[in-house]
Design a protein around this ligand. Structure first.
Ligand code: FAD
Length: 453
């Protein structure tokens, strides 16, 4: 990655204003710092890290959602390993799906399918998968539902993929873009199935989905380290961008907290795409704004329980697709790294996917905690006498919801923004893509250098 020139705006920038202090913004700053280019990161919240932070509750740590660093891009994994050194752990921890009172391995294995569906049901599911493979290979499906059903068959898709996804995104899977399936279900194929089935008998074989990198004290260590290298003099927190003025095809100023107008040289935005368009002055034409108005982000509520108990389950994540659970998944931070809770104690965090302003979003912390606690007690995961404390966190803009047709709308909006000669767009919510940390970092790299990683 080293020795690349800065070609972000086709010249050596005099100064770059980076809007948003999540992984994308901080990674851009880290790169610019290394090349001696002055920059300022403007972050709305009181801390950096965006959707990728670790919260502290006494001696317990928990992430803003069940995070892991996927080892899918060697250059990025190496870059993070260089940043964190021995603080980056490699872990192999399985995940499961809780369905009708039974735990099913995820990715699916033959044994867990037989346990769940019985022999006849498994043969039916396997026949459906084989038929789908023969019929559907090479086809491009438009919706998540078409992709899932035509790739995995009705039985597997209905039970394990569609109900979960509808709960997560709050939209029927026929309206969700198949690109979400290609991202989320990457690796869920016959090869993985066979590998995982072998693994079930042989624990020396690594879990496909369950092998990942994870920082010792939580995923937030990545952003914290990037921030440390960027330097506090180059980061302004509590600095919400509330206005963008432009003139003659160039971004001219940004307004901070509705009060302070700052002239800018070059700009990189990682802000949610529709929000950025709405604060532009003069505003984009009506067609662009109308496209952006159809974009939707899913919010997330985390409810964390801190427990006087050694362990709840061996799982990295337990997926809970059934509607009877208010949460979509639960995870035990300690199973990612033992440093996430004190010895002999553990914690359990559940994720409730919701829309900003809906009934769950508005429910007070005590109400949410009681609701989740009653459901966790039912499963036997949390007992009242083991409960030390709890905490609720709310996250806006957690997931961009990619609906059928969204990619084309995004392309038109990004084409419009590409006309501003001193503006670059990077990051998950700004590009309206369903990207993981490694993809965000590598695409930010491409934006800053103009080259592939
Ligand atoms: C629940 C959950 C689980 C996830 N799990 C994984 C995982 O296991 N592995 C993985 O690789 N990825 C995971 N991700 C994805 C990962 O978190 C994102 O890819 C990453 O955070 C995107 O970084 P970003 O910088 O593009 O955006 P963000 O993290 O969203 O950062 C954007 C920043 O911009 C700031 N901002 C917004 N508006 C303004 C404004 N007006 N002015 C100034 N600043 C502003 C925000 O406060 C934020 O700090 C997960 C995401 C979620 C929500």
């Amino acid at each position: 990655m080293d020795e690349e020139p800065v070609v972000m705006i086709e010249h050596q920038p005099a100064h770059v204003s980076i809007l948003g202090g999540g992984p994308a913004g901080l990674f851009a700053g880290y790169y610019l710092k290394d090349r001696g280019v002055p920059f300022t990161v403007y972050e709305a919240k009181e801390r950096i890290g965006g959707n990728c932070v670790t919260h502290r509750h006494g001696d317990f740590y928990f992430d803003s959602g069940a995070h892991r660093l996927h080892d899918k891009d060697r250059t990025i994994t190496d870059a993070v390993a260089n940043l964190l050194g021995e603080d980056l752990l490699r872990t192999s921890t399985p995940s499961q799906i809780l369905y009708r009172g039974k735990f099913v391995d995820f990715p699916l294995t033959l044994l867990s399918l037989i346990r769940h569906l019985g022999l006849t049901g498994t043969i039916r599911a396997a026949t459906e998968v084989l038929r789908s493979m023969l019929r559907g290979s090479g086809q491009s499906w438009e919706s998540f539902e078409d992709f899932a059903v035509n790739t995995y068959g009705h039985t597997v898709a209905e039970r394990f993929l569609l109900t979960y996804s509808e709960k997560l995104w709050g939209v029927p899977c026929v309206r969700i873009s198949s690109s979400m399936a290609r991202t989320r279900l990457k690796g869920l194929n016959l090869r993985t199935f066979l590998k995982e089935t072998v693994r079930a008998k042989d624990d020396t074989v690594e879990h496909f989905e369950g092998t990942f990198y994870y920082p010792k004290r939580g995923i937030g260590m990545i952003a914290d380290k990037l921030g440390e290298i960027c330097g506090s003099e180059s980061i302004r927190t509590d600095a919400s961008i509330t206005g963008i003025s432009h003139d003659n095809g160039r971004i001219a100023t940004v307004t901070i907290n509705g009060a302070e107008e700052i002239a800018v040289e070059d700009v990189m935005t990682t802000l949610p795409l529709p929000y950025f368009l709405r604060i532009m002055d003069p505003p984009p034409d009506g067609e662009i704004l109308a496209l952006a108005d159809t974009f939707h982000y899913r919010s997330l509520i985390l409810v964390a329980f801190f427990l006087n108990r050694d362990r709840i389950s061996p799982n990295a994540t337990t997926y809970c697709p059934e509607a009877k659970f208010v949460f979509t998944r639960a995870y035990e931070p300690r199973n990612r790294s033992p440093f996430m809770s004190p010895d002999g104690k553990t914690s359990l965090v559940v994720e409730i996917a919701c829309d900003h302003g809906d009934a769950y979003w508005k429910m007070d912390d005590d109400g949410l905690t009681a609701l989740v606690l009653s459901q966790l007690s039912e499963v036997g995961w949390v007992k009242n006498d083991e409960l030390i404390d709890s905490e609720v966190k709310r996250m806006e803009y957690a997931y961009p919801v990619l609906q059928v047709g969204t990619e084309e709308k995004t392309r038109r909006i990004l084409d419009y923004l590409a006309c501003f000669e001193n503006l670059k767009v990077a990051g998950r919510n700004a590009c309206f893509t369903y990207t993981s940390i490694h993809e965000v970092l590598s695409s930010t790299w491409e934006v800053v250098t103009g080259r592939d990683v």
